[in-house]
Ligand binder design. Structure first.
Ligand code: SF4
Ligand code: FES
Length: 246
């Protein structure tokens, strides 16, 4: 395939950015989107130009780093995949592809396609943990029976990789899907009930401090989430919050 890439270039958080056009040739359908970006960067480096900065780590849909907004969709046109899992066969020969960073005031652009998602780390630090006795008297995990249905729902919530696609997709830049997944994975398990009240209060408070918007039940986050995190988690978080405030 021969493609035209229009990529957001921005020197740093304070500089204005702009879309820059790059033609690219000989792209195979089996390549991943990031492999295509690697080829572009090799060509730019050979020409003595600045390569495009983008985040990546695992390249297998686990770390949540590869935050790109591709043709108006977080992680591009495929469903239930991250940008690193997106194949170039999703595009047609001759197509123009627009590539931008995840955009939200709470995710400032660091350079080109890299954004600072430290806000998510601070929300996690506010309550995304449980306290465990590690003094040598740690309970055996199997001594606390957990209904299979609850364990499955907790595991589903725990698959959130903190990529931020939900925020980038939401017209309100809301982080409710992310925060509700983190609250739910503990709220559903007995180990998480001990600090449940403080957890939801502190995490929602930190979410507000970071400047994320509110949920207005559009549901775009659930559609674009690479892990299929359900809106049910937002309803559960709201119930947890009402209980904690009662
Ligand atoms: S809820 Fe989905 S889209 Fe949002 S951070 Fe988690 S995995 Fe990414
Ligand atoms: S690079 Fe880790 S999820 Fe894409």
């Amino acid at each position: 395939m021969n493609l035209t890439l229009k990529i957001w270039r921005q020197e740093d958080a304070k500089s204005p950015g702009k879309m820059v056009t790059y033609p690219i040739s000989n792209i195979e359908g089996h390549m991943s989107f990031l492999e295509m970006m690697d080829i572009l960067n090799d060509e730019l480096i050979e020409k003595g130009e600045e390569p495009v900065a983008f985040d990546h780590d695992c390249r297998e849909g686990i770390c949540g780093m590869c935050s790109m907004y591709i043709n108006g969709e977080a992680h591009g046109p495929d469903r239930r995949v991250t940008t690193c899992q997106l194949h170039m066969r999703m595009f047609k020969d001759g197509e123009t592809i627009h590539i931008e960073p995840f955009r939200a005031n709470s995710f400032p652009v660091l350079k080109d396609l890299m954004v600072d998602r430290g806000a998510f780390d601070r929300i996690q630090q506010a309550g995304g943990y449980i306290s465990v006795n590690t003094s040598g008297n740690t309970q055996d995990a199997n001594s606390l029976p957990i209904p299979k249905a609850d364990a499955d729902l907790a595991m589903d919530a725990a698959t959130c990789i903190g990529c931020g696609a939900c925020v980038a997709t939401c017209k309100n830049s809301s982080a409710m899907l992310f925060v509700s997944a983190k609250v739910s994975q503990y709220a559903l398990l007995p180990q998480g009930r001990v600090e449940a009240k403080d957890r939801v209060l502190n995490m929602v408070n930190q979410m507000d401090i970071e400047g994320f918007g509110n949920c207005t039940n559009t549901g775009a986050c659930e559609v674009e989430c690479p892990k299929g995190i359900s809106l049910d988690n937002i309803a559960r978080m709201n119930r947890e919050l009402i209980k904690a405030k009662a």
